[in-house]
Design a protein around this ligand. Structure first.
Ligand code: ADP
Length: 213
């Protein structure tokens, strides 16, 4: 069974995803990271995506589904995948579930729940390493990346309150129905994301232990 991490911006999907992937040998896929890599490539498509991402809009479902299909096709059948940042719309959910089914796979959702107030607070304070792209939470006090020593800065879409609000609104209107659909299929576990990192990890592992066997 593959795993989909759901959660509002800043809920800690990236942090928890990295821990779970390492601990349970999952191949993780981070859609935001994949899009930022496409932007960094400077291709025509990357430049188009840059404008969308920086304004806080969602990239079109067609592009997203093409990127994810390319990734899923490269995975071996027995390698479990952890998805972060997809699906964010009902159309993406249908496309992803179809793609998984065709490849003999299925996915279960884990929701890391935080309030909107906490999300805004975390986004305005977090910083990303310009070199290895690791995200550092607001409480990280160092000036250099804890992984590679690189320079830390705010993500462009995290410095603009309008962009932050747009992304949170998209989560509420576009992604909430997706989460509800997983819940209706009994394919969702919800975890309290407003605890420290270790406590969230512990809850995820305890509550979803059947997914990690
Ligand atoms: P956040 O969740 O804080 O917005 P991400 O790194 O997950 O950060 O995504 C950054 C941006 O990339 C999003 O605001 C959006 O523009 C784009 N993006 C990522 N995943 C998707 C997706 N599944 N569908 C559409 N756009 C996406």
């Amino acid at each position: 069974m593959d795993i989909i991490l759901f959660g509002m911006q800043g809920s800690g999907k990236g942090t928890q995803g990295k821990i779970l992937a390492q601990k349970f040998n999952l191949t993780s896929f981070d859609m935001g990271g994949a899009l930022r890599a496409m932007i960094a490539s400077g291709s025509d498509l990357g430049n188009k995506i840059k404008t969308i991402v920086e304004s806080g809009e969602l990239v079109s479902d067609d592009i997203i589904l093409e990127v994810i299909a390319d990734f899923v096709h490269k995975q071996s059948a027995d390698q479990r995948i952890l998805f972060d940042g997809i699906p964010r719309t009902m159309h993406q959910m249908t496309g992803l579930l179809e793609l998984l089914q065709v490849n003999g796979r299925d996915a279960f959702g884990l929701l890391i729940k935080i309030t909107e107030e906490e999300a805004v607070n975390r986004l305005t304070k977090r910083r990303i390493c310009v070199d290895c792209k690791t995200i550092h939470p607001g409480f990280y006090e160092g000036d250099a990346c804890k992984e590679c020593g690189g320079h830390l800065e705010s993500r462009k879409d995290d410095t603009d309150l309008g962009s932050i609000q747009k992304r949170i609104d998209a989560f509420k209107t576009e992604t909430t129905p997706v989460i509800q659909a997983f819940e209706a299929r009994d394919h969702l576990i919800t975890i309290d994301g407003q605890q420290d990192i270790e406590a969230v990890t512990k809850d995820l592992i305890d509550e979803a232990s059947h997914l990690f066997k």
